[in-house]
Design a protein around this ligand. Structure first.
Ligand SMILES: [Zn+2]
Ligand SMILES: [Zn+2]
Length: 388
């Protein structure tokens, strides 16, 4: 693309970035050197970052873009207000663009923040110019255009964006007697930090980390990123199972967004939290382990032991396909039993099929463990074949 055919600058977004970033780069350091900022201003900044950040992750992302759960109007309004305060555009624009990201992930001309176009483009560049990949069509989004909260926020976005960002830091600043401290820390710094934390999901989380579930796209799982993105760092999982209200599915994975959605469900503010069945997750992981093994075999094609190993991995593939066939049969018999509507029989067969499902899940998990051991053994056995 030459200088001439670059799309025009998107001035509202560009000016907003300039006006929020410049004070942080040039005024804040001088201010911190010259004056003392109250602890209250730092605490307010932290709390506002949490509220606006999680309004994006729980609201804009998991609720509106992915329909991963349902929310009470009170929760929706809170998410729309704090989400607006995060200065990431309206829910309608954000969620529509994000669905396009998932549908066309990594496509250079269709994914609005394609990581294939490099770090800068996926991080911020895509917002600085009016790229055709960001052209949105709301026609296929009936759930969004028929949502009163979404449309009210969209029509009056400027108010949602400006009023709380001025009123809250200034009001609190006056109340605590630290006007400029609050404006600079809880206002400007908080906006810039929360911006880049979100943007890292489109840039870093598509470049840096592991891929335990799929290599079909560039998304990565990254524990470190999860720490300051309210749990969105488990992006490899998210891209394969986008309708799950969780991104970090294990108890030890840091996903405060998941915890807050779950917590709100206990208060009746959220409901119908969608979770991908464990058996599907195991399937994806075994599939990935087998792929990894295949890649390793291909890389050591000329090793003397390769025939033996290939035979072993072929057996594992057959085993995996058998397990999948068993699972498909089980699903079929469940549907048939439900259709027969003989209550007693159905209940009986349902209990039996649940036990069968647990067995299949266990078999998958065991196969995954076996494959991991095999992989390590293979690496050791063929280490001498490694290119110097
Ligand atoms: Zn992504
Ligand atoms: Zn998503």
């Amino acid at each position: 693309m030459t200088q001439q055919d670059r799309p025009p600058i998107n001035w509202p977004a560009t000016l907003m970035f300039i006006m929020t970033t410049l004070p942080v780069l040039f005024v804040l350091p001088w201010y911190l050197w010259e004056f003392e900022v109250s602890a209250a201003a730092w605490i307010a900044a932290g709390l506002l970052w949490m509220a606006t950040g999680m309004a994006i992750t729980a609201g804009y992302h998991r609720l509106w873009a992915h329909k991963a759960y349902k929310a009470h109007p009170i929760a929706k309004w809170a998410l729309a207000i704090f989400g607006g305060m995060a200065l990431q555009n309206s829910i309608l624009i954000w969620a529509t663009g994000h669905r396009s990201h998932h549908r066309h992930v990594d496509h250079k001309d269709k994914d609005p923040y394609s990581a294939e176009r490099g770090f800068w483009f996926s991080h911020m560049g895509w917002m600085i110019r009016k790229y055709p990949s960001s052209d949105l069509d709301y026609n296929g989004m009936p759930d969004l255009v028929n949502d009163r909260v979404v449309m009210t926020q969209h029509r009056h976005y400027l108010w949602f964006a400006l009023v709380p960002n001025f009123a809250i830091p200034m009001g609190l600043g006056l109340a605590f007697g630290d006007f400029w401290g609050f404006v600079l820390i809880a206002g400007f710094l908080r906006i810039v930090v929360s911006h880049h934390a979100t943007f890292f999901i489109n840039s870093l989380a598509h470049m840096w980390g592991r891929q335990p579930y799929t290599t079909a796209n560039s998304a990565r799982d990254n524990d470190l990123l999860a720490l300051f993105t309210w749990g969105e760092g488990y992006h490899n999982y998210h891209h394969i199972f986008q309708y799950d209200y969780r991104n970090g599915i294990r108890w030890w994975q840091f996903d405060p967004t998941k915890w807050s959605i779950w917590g709100m469900s206990k208060l009746g503010l959220t409901s119908e939290l969608k979770r991908v069945p464990e058996i599907k997750i195991e399937q994806a992981r075994v599939n990935r382990e087998l792929e990894r093994m295949n890649e390793a075999l291909q890389a050591r094609e000329s090793h003397s032991l390769i025939g033996e190993w290939r035979h072993q991995i072929d057996t594992e593939w057959v085993h995996f396909k058998d397990t999948l066939a068993q699972w498909a049969d089980l699903q079929k018999s469940r549907i048939e039993a439900a259709r027969e509507q003989v209550q007693e029989t159905w209940e009986h067969s349902d209990i039996k099929s649940r036990i069968d499902a647990i067995d299949i899940e266990k078999a998958l998990r065991q196969q995954r463990m076996r494959l991991r051991t095999l992989y390590r053994e293979f690496e050791l056995a063929t280490a001498d074949a490694r290119p110097a």
